[in-house]
Write a protein that binds this ligand. Sequence first.
Ligand code: ADP
Length: 556
Amino acid sequence: MHKDTDLLAKVLDQVPVTIVVTTLEGQIIYSNLFSEGTFSAVKGKVEGDSIIDFMNELNAQPSFAELFDFMHDGELDNTTIILEPALGSKLVYNLNSFVIDGNASAGEQFIAIIFRDVTTETQINEQIEKKNLEMAKINSELIRSNAELKKLSEMKSNFLSIASHELKTPLTSIKGYSDIIIDNMKEKIDSGVYRMIESINRAADRLHRVVNNILDVTRIEQKRLKLKPEFIDLEAVAKDCIDDLSQFTLKRNVTFTCKCQEGMSEFYGDKMRMQQVFTNLFSNALKYSPDGSRVEVSIFSETVERIHIVVKDFGIGVDKSEQKNIFDSFYEVGNANRHSTDAAKFMGGGTGLGLSIVKGIVERHGGRIWIESEGIRENAFPGSEFHIVLPRHSEISWDDDETKTLVVERERHDEFNEQDAASSDINEKPTILFIDNDREAVEIARMVLENAFEILVAETGEDGLTLAFQHQPSVILMDSYLPGIDGYRVCRLLRTQDETRDTPIAFFSAGTQNAEIQKCFASGADDFIVKPFSGRELVDKIWRLLMKKKEEETFK
Ligand code: ADP
């Protein structure tokens, strides 16, 4: 039996946990060998001492005296205790205890306490927790800066959209006045001044293109680019675009060729937008190539369902490090000076918008675009290849509100075209009422129209209503932004009164945004005229409105 006790003590000495047995008062009667390590900060062997004093010396947290009270009452299960000796590092223990019976006849009882060192485990857990906390912080930072970036990008798009619309109003004046002078006053003014006016007119056209490009970019960024799909002949579209550039290609002696694999030209997509894709790529190819160079366009099948278009030039090329960025809006490599001649600057400085619009249009058609180029080399022309792959019949949704509106508008436009001939029998001078406080635009319209029409002008919605009921004009042209009652409300009111219920009404609009157009039609307008308008466009629209009214009266 004695031997058994020794054996048991030896085994307990090898167990890698601290085992202590105390009396009910806390006097230590047994501690295994491993406990020496635990209590080494106080002293070596501990038998005979009070466990509570010991623990106090080791600055145990929570207070060991309180824990010991619990130990009396029963078991202590997996309790954490921290020891912070004056000398030495902090230790964390997991504590279990239970009451054991000694000599039954004497009613002896003891408390066995087992300390398991969990310092390393705790430290690892603490570190993991700390890292988790840091990660959570970084994550929330990222989420916040992502949201901020998104907001900034939305603000930028909105700002660009508003600024571009605002630019369109003064552009109407510049373009309109210079059109009138160019069309009607060549003989009346000095030739030098005339050339300056022509230059102003070209600058207005250029600015108009830039403004439209910015509007396209914001549409793409805000995922509002709507398409009007139809079956188109891609080869014909590409060749038309090459023809349109002929005055520049001739000047630079750059040859364009376009080859199309038989049967691969038919594509279902938006013709106007595909023209934009080709024009941007071709004018870049021209802009970044030397005089006398060539550009090869090929259209062939990638698979039965996919059309592959390649625009290959032999120009300055694009550096590998720049190849991803050139499709970002407003990004320019800054290599414009590597153009071979000044004639290359035929379209003025770039804006870095062309390729981002091309990418937006291609992706909106369900396709993708990329560039292949060996990069830029000194005094060499490694060239660039722009590749586009398009699905022949895209699965994307074409059927959106703006598409419908545009289709209706286009159909209406075509109908009116057929009836143009009939317009010659209108002999009276019809009255046009302008409700618009943009004096410049009204003045231009007056100069264009006054030979053929009586002109009435109101600058507020209230005055407009009065003049409309008094004179019952043949056509009303109005702006949506008016001081006082806004244009949409004026239009609705006009539609409720017998005198003006059937009068053709068109809105002037600085934008072509779907929501704005929808609002015009919803308030009862028949059409809208986008600013800046040319004199010819204005006359054309007005005759169409008059013809429509006449036709409706005939079929009533
Ligand atoms: P930009 O109005 O500046 O031409 P783009 O978006 O069309 O704007 O093109 C972005 C940039 O990509 C250009 O500034 C030019 O550096 C580079 N780039 C585009 N096309 C070519 C090309 N065919 N060859 C060489 N560089 C090109």
